[in-house]
Write a protein that binds this ligand. Structure first.
Ligand SMILES: [Zn+2]
Length: 173
């Protein structure tokens, strides 16, 4: 059953994987990431320590991300990896709709649900934390950004992360 799911899901999310392969391939060519094996649902890439990407993610306290079939992480610790793996599984369901849905839900929370955090309360993040056995409810006291400045960093990170990487890599060329 897993194989049927894996095959059909990967066809459905092929656009995500193709776009990701393009910018991750550029990052790999510039020594920012390297192949680190295959997981149950994902192809894994390790961010090369002290590379530009590593430092960029370190500044943001950002350990990893899932993009298409790829999980890219600075460190493959079990819970963090399961979290990212869940984002791959979400894409098997949502396919190319994942990105617009993700951004729309973030914006919806930010605009209409002022007491919630557009990242910590994002349904796809809550789902990933639950799957990984991580803390599910994250109270305001634990938000990494301040209670009022909950928009700028996370939305910016999510929506521009891929673009920023692509543009920055292009500039290097
Ligand atoms: Zn996540």
């Amino acid at each position: 059953m897993r194989y049927v799911w894996l095959i059909l899901g990967n066809i459905w999310m092929a656009p995500n994987t193709i776009v990701s392969a393009l910018y991750l391939g550029v990052l790999a060519a510039f020594g920012q990431v390297r192949y680190d094996g295959v997981g149950e649902w994902s192809v894994n890439l390790l961010v090369v320590e002290d590379s530009w990407l590593w430092r960029y993610m370190d500044r943001g306290g950002w350990n990893g991300f899932a993009s298409g079939v790829f999980v890219t992480m600075r460190e493959f610790y079990p819970r963090g990896y399961r979290h990212e793996e869940r984002h791959v599984i979400q894409q098997l369901w949502l396919g190319p709709l994942q990105y617009p849905l993700y951004v729309m839900m973030s914006v919806f929370i930010w605009v209409f649900l002022r007491d919630l955090h557009s990242y910590y309360h994002h349904p796809l993040e809550v789902d990933a934390r639950r799957y990984a056995g991580q803390q599910i409810d994250i109270p305001k006291s634990q938000w990494k950004d301040s209670e009022t400045d909950r928009w700028a960093w996370w939305i910016l990170l999510v929506t521009s992360g891929v673009l920023t990487n692509a543009v920055t890599s292009a500039n290097v060329i």
